[in-house]
Design a protein around this ligand. Structure first.
Ligand code: GDP
Ligand code: GDP
Length: 438
């Protein structure tokens, strides 16, 4: 058992179908992406779930030569780190192009890397398996698996085969008494360690940091305002608590693993530095996972009123999809704003784990429809009949009716807002889906 999610890394030259496969592997999140306007899918990192097992997928975008563009270079560095962190590499080739010299070059690199690997022959739809794979045995990487990323053939079998041999993340107990599991995530230097120290008390962090701990993340129990919590700590935060340690390399995989294990994520951004694309990407990953989230804008101390205004504007501009997350302006250094922050962590936890009764949901639906009828389509009114809860964490509500596929986005949004308000949901994305028929 491990604390880190298994990492599956996609490599292959351009156009073999890596991003198509990436979308398929992380596809269960499509509904969330659709429900959070402004959220763009991170094309490089994503998480997926297959038969109840979560994993991280990384699309390296190919193995490019070093780039002069700093953003591309950053992505490349992340990709190489991911390859190092990879538990399994999927090497994609394109049956329509056949085996080309670039494939040989990548194969050579991968043989040197020595990671567990599956050779995947993509675009194999409509071809017998033996024929599709014949050309690629010569790469010397064992027997290829044939798939069609676009049509989905072979993908299920591929995942089953890969995950079978990977370590599973230790499942979190449903009802342990460690209280709310909290992960604190953000770019380096935004103030995560400082915040952890504030919440736990300096000594606790150091005490937890005993040598010999080889796990990637540890769980540290603490109490705040009389409530029990468990901090899902990443090694990065823990080590940074010792001032003499070098700056920990930022690892998206560790961050995603912490997000996976947490009930509520405290996402930290730095008010005294540009709130930028990296922050938006990271917070996008939390939202895509459907995790409850509270946003902490740290280093609020020492900012002039007009600077504060500018920060508020930047947050709303760059992260419009976050409108479900309560916003807190805090100073980890001075300890201000933390009480309110932690109160909202509690509320977010309650929101994401709550069970709604069907009569309650139906009353809300009825009131919403009465106040504002769905439009008529070609003279027939769209009917919404009843609602039930489809899931928790994040909450999902399913509304049944007829012609629901014709409901305009604006009306769906109206309904989501009505449910959100009536159920007093805070800090969680609400998934609303519609079913036509009885
Ligand atoms: P990447 O550059 O490796 O990320 O490749 P993309 O995922 O962007 O795919 C390149 C092209 O191949 C796109 O036009 C895809 O629609 C197409 N493609 C991807 N998977 C398949 C497949 O299984 N079958 C076929 N016929 N086309 C595919
Ligand atoms: P981490 O990399 O996210 O864990 O960030 P640290 O907690 O190590 O903080 C990075 C730097 O920001 C350190 O120099 C902290 O002293 C400083 N810092 C953290 N919180 C605050 C704050 O609330 N206000 C100010 N002004 N500085 C802070």
């Amino acid at each position: 058992m491990s604390d880190k999610l298994p990492v599956i890394v996609l490599v292959g030259r351009p156009n073999v179908g890596k991003s198509t496969l990436f979308n398929r592997l992380t596809g269960t999140r499509d509904a969330l992406v659709a429900d959070l306007p402004g959220l763009t899918r991170d094309r490089q990192y994503g998480s997926g779930v297959h038969e109840n097992r979560a994993f991280v997928v990384v699309d390296t975008g190919g193995l490019m030569p070093e780039s002069a563009d700093p953003l591309a270079a950053l992505a490349e560095e992340q990709a190489r780190m991911a390859l190092e962190e990879a538990d399994h590499v999927l090497f994609l080739v394109d049956v329509r192009q056949g085996r080309v010299p670039a494939d040989e070059a990548i194969a050579k690199h991968l043989r040197k890397l020595g990671k567990p690997l599956t050779l995947v022959v993509n675009k194999s739809e409509g071809r017998p398996r033996a024929e599709a794979s014949a050309d690629f045995f010569a790469l010397g990487l064992g027997e290829p698996l044939t798939i069609s990323a676009e049509q989905g053939q072979g993908v299920h079998q591929l995942l089953t085969a890969v995950l079978e041999v990977l370590p599973a993340i230790a499942p979190e107990p449903e009802n342990d008494d460690g209280g709310v599991r909290v992960a604190i995530v953000g770019r380096p230097n935004v103030g995560k360690s400082t915040l952890v120290n504030r919440l736990l008390g300096e000594d606790r962090v150091l005490a937890a940091d005993h040598p010999g701990t080889t796990r990637d993340a540890i769980a540290v129990p603490f109490e705040y305002d009389g409530h029990p919590y468990t901090l899902i700590d990443t090694a990065g935060i823990r080590r940074r608590a010792r001032v003499w340690e070098a700056v920990e390399k930022f690892s998206i995989v560790k961050t995603l693993s912490a997000i996976e294990r947490a009930h509520v994520v405290i996402a930290v951004v730095d008010a005294q530095n540009d709130i930028g694309e990296q922050d938006a990407k990271l917070l996008g990953l939390i939202a895509q996972r459907g995790r409850a989230m509270v946003l902490a804008v740290n280093k609020w101390d020492g900012l002039k009123p007009d600077e504060r205004e500018q920060v508020r504007y930047q947050v709303s501009l760059k992260m419009p999809f976050l409108d479900f997350a309560p916003l807190h302006f805090i100073s980890a250094r001075h300890g201000s704003g933390l009480g309110e922050l932690m109160q909202d962590v509690q509320t977010a936890y309650e929101s994401t784990t709550r069970e709604f009764s069907t009569p309650e949901l139906n009353r809300i639906l009825e009131a919403a429809v009465e106040a504002h009828q769905p439009p008529a389509v070609l003279g027939r009114r769209i009917k919404l009949r009843y609602a039930h809860q489809g899931g928790r964490n994040p909450p999902r509500i399913v509304v049944h009716g007829n012609q629901t596929e014709k409901l305009p986005e604006s009306y769906k949004r109206y309904l989501a807002n009505q449910f959100r308000a009536a159920l007093a949901l805070k800090g969680v994305p609400l998934l609303l889906s519609f079913k036509t028929g009885d």
